[in-house]
Ligand binder design. Structure first.
Ligand SMILES: CCCCNC(=O)c1cccc(NC(=O)CCCCCNc2ncnc3[nH]cnc23)c1
Length: 275
């Protein structure tokens, strides 16, 4: 089941197709390995850019972490190689692309679809946490959909081995960050994998409501996160409301464990096993 296994990869082995996306340090292209016809996604990262932002460590961690992971809801990293200017990550191609584009197009997901996505995210996070990996950046932009609509958690550029202390300053949206990553509450400001439980709560809210629970100006967002100050619209079912409230809890130790998320009435109601 590991189609791309040669030890040494190089660019000439691939036919490059259309761009699939772009990020801070490079782009992702559709690609096909010439000898096997295997379709994958090639993520390019420019060394110069990485050096200027001192992000090489992030890439090394992304490669080291993701290449040891094997789970149906986690995007596979088959290998990597580099040339003089770029680093290339050979990633699984997710046939239905970026989840956030589906969310924006549909505005919000029906409860049965949101519940199935959250159940798959919980299964992937349970697998990561068993390996003492914290993702730290669970949000719609970092989730892809496979050809059968299954969740593929991607972009391990921010993941670390638990417990951890943040070094890099956080860029991008604060919406998904838990209180303990915004204000240094813990004695040494450290945090653990419970940060992903908070993000799962934010993700559940955004799937059902169409916007993040603490979305506001930067200052207000920080304040609202620190107080877990959010309102859940009345169209959200009582079961879904209950799950969101059990995940968006200030005290990391009091957040609903992943095992209980998977057994939550809202999840069981919409995810009949073997359906
Ligand atoms: C460790 C580096 C952290 C910062 N990341 C970057 O600089 C960075 C560099 C290049 C690209 C990106 N992010 C992006 O390109 C964001 C969009 C990534 C999704 C591209 N679409 C895909 N559709 C279908 N199957 C896939 N398999 C992999 N991607 C896909 C990010």
């Amino acid at each position: 089941d590991q189609p791309l296994t040669p030890k040494q990869f190089h660019l000439g082995m691939f036919e490059i197709g259309r761009p699939l996306g772009k990020g801070k340090f490079g782009r992702v292209y559709l690609a096909r390995e010439r000898s096997t016809g295997f379709v994958c996604a090639l993520k390019t990262l420019y060394k110069a850019e990485l050096q200027s932002c001192r992000a090489e460590g992030q890439v090394r961690r992304e490669v080291e972490i993701q290449s040891n992971l094997r789970h149906p809801n986690i995007l596979k990293l088959y290998g990597h190689f580099h040339d003089s200017k770029r680093i290339f990550l050979i990633l699984e191609f997710a046939g239905k692309g970026e989840l956030y584009k589906h969310l924006r197009r549909e505005n919000r997901f029906p409860e049965w679809k949101a519940a199935q996505y959250i159940a798959q995210c919980a299964a992937a996070l349970r697998y990561l946490h068993r390996k003492h990996v914290i993702h730290r950046d669970i949000k719609p932009e970092n989730i892809l959909l496979g050809i059968h609509g299954e969740i593929k958690i991607a972009d391990f550029g921010w993941s670390v081995h638990a417990p951890s202390r943040r070094r890099q300053t956080l860029c991008g949206t604060l919406d998904y960050l838990p209180p303990e990553m915004i204000v240094r509450t813990g004695k040494d400001g450290s945090y653990n994998e419970k940060v992903d439980l908070w993000s799962l709560g934010v993700l559940t809210y955004e799937f059902l409501v169409g916007e993040a629970p603490f979305e506001d100006t930067k200052a207000m967002t920080e304040r609202r996160i620190a107080r877990a100050d959010m309102t859940i619209p009345s169209f959200v079912s009582p079961e879904a409301r209950d799950l969101i409230k059990r995940l968006l809890v200030l005290d990391p130790e009091k957040r609903l464990p992943l095992e209980d998320v998977e057994q939550h009435p809202w999840i069981l109601k919409h995810c009949v096993k073997g359906s």
